[in-house]
Design a protein around this ligand. Sequence first.
Ligand code: N01
Length: 529
Amino acid sequence: MNKYDAVIVGAGFSGLYMMHRLRERGLSVQGFEAGSDVGGTWYWNRYPGARCDSESLSYSYSFLPELDQAWHWPERYSEQPEILKYINHVATTLALREHFEFNTRVSSASFETTTNTWCVGTEHGEQLTARFLIMATGCLSMPNWPKIAGIDDFRGERFHTGLWPHDGVDLRGKRVAVIGTGSTGIQSIPRIASQAEELFVFQRTANHCVPAHNSPMDAEAEQAYKSRYAEMREAARRSMSGDVVREAYINIMDLGDAELHEELDRTWALGGFYTQYPYTDLLTSHEANERVAEYSCNHIRSRVRDPRVAELLCAKDHPFATKRLCADSFYFETFNESHVHLIDLKATPIHAIEAAGVRTSERLHEVDVIVFATGFDAMTGALTRVDLQGTQGQMLREVWQQGPVNYLGLGVAGFPNLFTVTGPGSPSVLTTMVSSIEQHVEWIDECMDWMGNRGATRIEATPDAQTKWVDYVNQSGNATLFPEANSWYVGANIPGKARVFMPYVNGLNIYRDQCDAVADEGYTGFEIS
Ligand code: N01
């Protein structure tokens, strides 16, 4: 059986950087990736309109300053092919591909207490051992196919946005159904509408949106950013959001109506989904939140011609930004087109999928294609799908049945030498992902280096530190309005999943300091031997 210092699962932004760091230190590392090439999220999500809602100049690695200067992002917010091109370039330049086995899922891993190693198995029956197992499997990587009766009876074509065919799908002249109106639906619906002969949008919950205001990259703005890249990167590292946006400087309830209107006009004109960061009380005060939500709905009312449709598109059942905010590019205007129909699933729920289309309580909507923009088993799904077995033979999925438990979002009691990159209990999805990924990867690498220098072979979160961390993360989340929404942040999109607010809300800056303090004090909260 081959023996390695570490196994890395996943070749997205996390796995690639992790591989680079460990290889630079001369460790033997084997990577596995389910896809046929690198890219992770950006390998799989190729649906029409797939784009990053974080600005291109900040959504990239910070550890390659020369590439920062050389790389040109053609748009303010990059489309999926541009981001994949960047990831491919990095993987090629740093010669990372050769350390990954592609088209291979890790299916099992069990910790051997006698040797302090992980025994890792793949779906193809390979077995290998490694001192460390690093799950760089992403927060939004396990597609959610909803359990709708008759789904297999459909005679036409069906696609999940997170598993979009690599050679694209020709939707011209077709009658298309899109189920789901989260970020993905909102990005793809305008593009699908531009091709389809007829489009039926099945909306269960209207989502809060801010305008993206995407545009070609402004040469002057690009140059100005590049001239200060190091400073911008440092500001991002030290920020709550992991990005360079103004944060926590306005208390909404201190503003009169006219002042607030002016302030939101300014934010909406800037665009981008960081609307939640400038405001101190947006996510803690219902009153403040409702004022922003009302402003947002008025925008929709001014953009959608049919007042009935406009009202349906206004999110009313959860506070503003308590589900991941969506960034829209002509989403609302799409519903002014005569071939686009909005179906309100609250009024007329889906009863079944039939051979000819989607049957709601009202009628059958006949379609040729169904697009499932129905999201992911987020944050835990990619981890609990693997048979991860700890020191007592316990499975991670059993340990996490009532919600994920871990320490710092990085390690789990009973699962020594296992690290999760951007795991639940870390800021991850509430920040610009690459910033959080880099923080985790660097912390893990430094921890492994520290252990190596001391001849330590085992690190494990203590149950006590884990309980305290989970309580702290839960209490921090519960002090906000976030848990009120039936979002994937709380697992509400997956029937039967425990309802726990999973991300860490206090910001990447505070989190980074906490992780650094743990390391500086000799990895307190971990037992090392
Ligand atoms: O998934 P979602 P997504 N019947 O879970 C509906 C990131 N992302 O793929 O709200 C009918 O948000 C569901 O309805 P409801 C981003 O973090 C990033 O859109 O549960 N409908 C909802 O409308 C984002 O948050 C970028 O009532 C059903 C939709 O499907 C995350 O990915 C771009 C249903 C799912 O929305 C996930 O976004 C795009 C059913 N049975 C996405 N089941 C970037 O910027 C589910 N729905 C990088």
